[in-house]
Design a protein around this ligand. Structure first.
Ligand code: FES
Ligand code: MG
Length: 571
């Protein structure tokens, strides 16, 4: 493959007026003539933004990648793409995941790139970049920004998963506003993304277990100097990947997806993993269904003791041996021959991994929790399925029947949840509608809604909750999510009324409402669909084209790939 014509030569290798134009403007950056002489051009796709605090250190990280690219004889070019910050973007960063993926895809294809390094960190920045890169399919390597150092407050370790506890403590009078302010300053004390096994960490583990990053990418803290080393080594490696022509489609086989699903179960990864992995599979063209997640992960116990399912933080995972040590424990369950970006198989990569702390990484024989990472439910309430994370739920609610208390929107929920008049007790099932992809729009992370104040004061810690929305990867509780089809489509979930009896049966993978088919039909005849909430622009495009959660909530016209073929000249 060494002599394969570089894609970029169609720009920089040209003679005449076109070649002149392609090179002349680049030279304003001080680039000498020889740089254009058949060197692999490596794009560094950067989601740096001060509005995405988790990725705010990425300009620095890009410098390390560049050093590696230069060392290997490549020509690095850094370019920005839309950056999705989880904490600031309204109504939810998820609304823009598909938009960012379009930015990434078109930026790669339209430019003279032979390979690309994706700098990912905060939750949606990973799937959006991987989705976009898959639709082009040139050699690609992911470098994650790394988790923050563990938050420390009054001698205790704290992180994102504690936020829910801080606020119930505040509501219950356990802490006051002054203490809360001091916690606020202590939690995010270094660069990096959320330090628990939330969505960002789950995504970093996803790319490592898929084989899209070098080993150890997932857990090295952002502030640890070894993160920069990994970035430099990734820059070094991508140049060889171009020479060897190793593309995402060579790595992302059905077997690689199956490995990633198993690893996600073993680490107690985020429920958002399901949606993003389905979307990535849709781009690369690997058949993957929602029901596959249950079958593949149902025998995988929790072996990484990380919040929110367990106790520790990503920093601890790294010191305990990192994700490779976890993957090694799953040796007997994985497809060992899957190749990864370094050209080695997943097995060759974990062969020398070791566990240094069995409190953080244990074995499949003596797991922290025998409950699987994710369960896929079916029933008359979710014709196309729903998701629950048993390892973050309460054992006593795994089989439960209760009366629905329905909220038609997030505003309705906020207006009534703490009202003394609300007819609710701890056996009730809280149902939140219209927080799905089209309905909200964008499918926000509101599914683990706070419990009614009066029940919290009675000491109630968990209740069954059901919604067509998502939950933060850092959240927990007996929360049924991603109900598909969502309420906005006018299917069964939209018809659930307060007082309907709902039965959740996780061991049997069902959730049903005691509502007959005839009664569903009677209610549907009376249903008035909401008017589209946004008339123009990207959000209108999104509402009209987003697919349901069980398909990954990608746009219908973005599934698949258009490849890297060079299109017509610009002048
Ligand atoms: Fe960015 Fe959690 S807010 S990873
Ligand atoms: Mg999140």
């Amino acid at each position: 493959m060494e002599n394969k014509k570089l894609r970029s030569s169609d720009w920089f290798g040209r003679t005449g007026k076109d070649g002149f134009i392609y090179r002349a403007w680049m030279k304003n950056q001080g680039i000498p003539e020889y740089e254009f002489n058949n060197k692999p051009i490596i794009g560094i796709c950067n989601t740096w933004s001060e509005l995405t605090p988790c990725n705010a250190h990425f300009r620095d990280l890009a410098e390390s990648v560049k050093r590696g690219v230069l060392e290997a004889g490549g020509f690095p070019v850094e370019f920005p793409v839309m950056s999705l910050g989880e904490t600031l973007m309204k109504p939810t960063a998820m609304l823009y995941r598909n938009l960012a993926s379009m930015d990434v895809e078109e930026s790669i294809r339209a430019n003279p790139l032979d390979g690309v390094v994706l700098l990912c960190g905060c939750d949606k920045t990973t799937p959006s970049l991987v989705m976009g890169a898959c639709s082009v399919d040139i050699p690609t390597i992911v470098v994650s920004g790394g988790p923050m150092l563990t938050g420390r407050h009054k001698g205790n370790s704290i992180g994102t998963s504690d936020i829910w506890r801080f606020f119930s403590d505040l509501r219950g009078g356990v802490i006051d506003e002054t203490e809360l302010l001091s916690i606020e300053s202590a939690m995010c004390r270094s660069q990096g993304h959320c330090a628990v096994m939330g969505t960002a960490s789950s995504m970093a583990c996803m790319v490592e277990s898929l084989g899209l990053s070098l080993p150890n990418n997932a857990a090295i803290p952002a502030a640890d100097s070894r993160r920069k080393v990994l970035a430099q080594l990734s820059g070094l490696r991508i140049v060889d990947m171009v020479k060897q022509d190793i593309k995402p489609s060579d790595i992302l086989t059905r077997q690689a997806f199956e490995n990633a699903i198993k690893v996600n179960a073993a680490i107690g990864g985020s429920t958002n993993f399901v949606i993003h992995l389905l979307a990535i599979a849709g781009r690369i063209g690997v058949p993957l269904k929602l029901s596959d997640f249950d079958g593949l992960s149902s025998d995988i116990p929790l072996i990484a003791n990380l919040q929110p399912s367990g106790k520790y933080f990503m920093e601890d995972l790294y010191y305990a041996g990192g994700l490779q040590a976890v993957i090694k424990q799953l040796d007997h369950l994985l497809h060992k021959e899957c190749i990864t970006v370094n050209g080695k198989t997943i097995q060759q990569n974990y062969a020398n991994a070791a566990c240094y702390n069995t409190d953080v990484i244990t074995t499949t024989e003596s797991p922290f929790n025998s409950l699987t990472g994710l369960a896929i439910l079916s029933g008359n309430l979710c014709e196309n399925g729903a998701v629950i994370k048993p390892s973050a739920a309460s054992a006593h609610l795994m089989q439960h029947t209760g009366k629905a208390v329905v909220f038609d929107s997030i505003e309705d929920y906020h207006a009534r949840i703490d009202s003394d008049e609300l007819d609710v007790d701890e056996s009730s099932v809280l149902v939140l509608k219209n927080v799905g992809p089209k309905g909200y729009p964008g499918m926000p992370e509101v599914g683990n809604m706070s419990l009614p104040k009066k029940l919290i004061q009675q000491g109630v810690k968990d209740m069954v909750r059901v919604s067509d929305g998502r939950m933060s990867g850092t959240g927990f509780g007996t929360v049924v999510l991603h109900v598909s089809p969502e309420a906005a489509t006018g299917n069964n979930f939209a018809m659930i009324e307060t007082g309907d009896m709902i039965t959740l049966d996780v061991p049997n993978r069902t959730i049903n409402a005691a509502v007959s088919d005839q009664e569903f039909e009677r209610r549907k005849a009376l249903f008035i669909p909401a008017e589209p909430s946004v008339e123009r622009g990207y959000v209108n495009l999104y509402i009209n084209h987003v697919q349901q959660a069980h398909l990954g909530a990608d746009m219908d016209f973005l599934r698949g790939k258009s490849g890297s073929k060079i299109v017509r000249d610009s002048h």
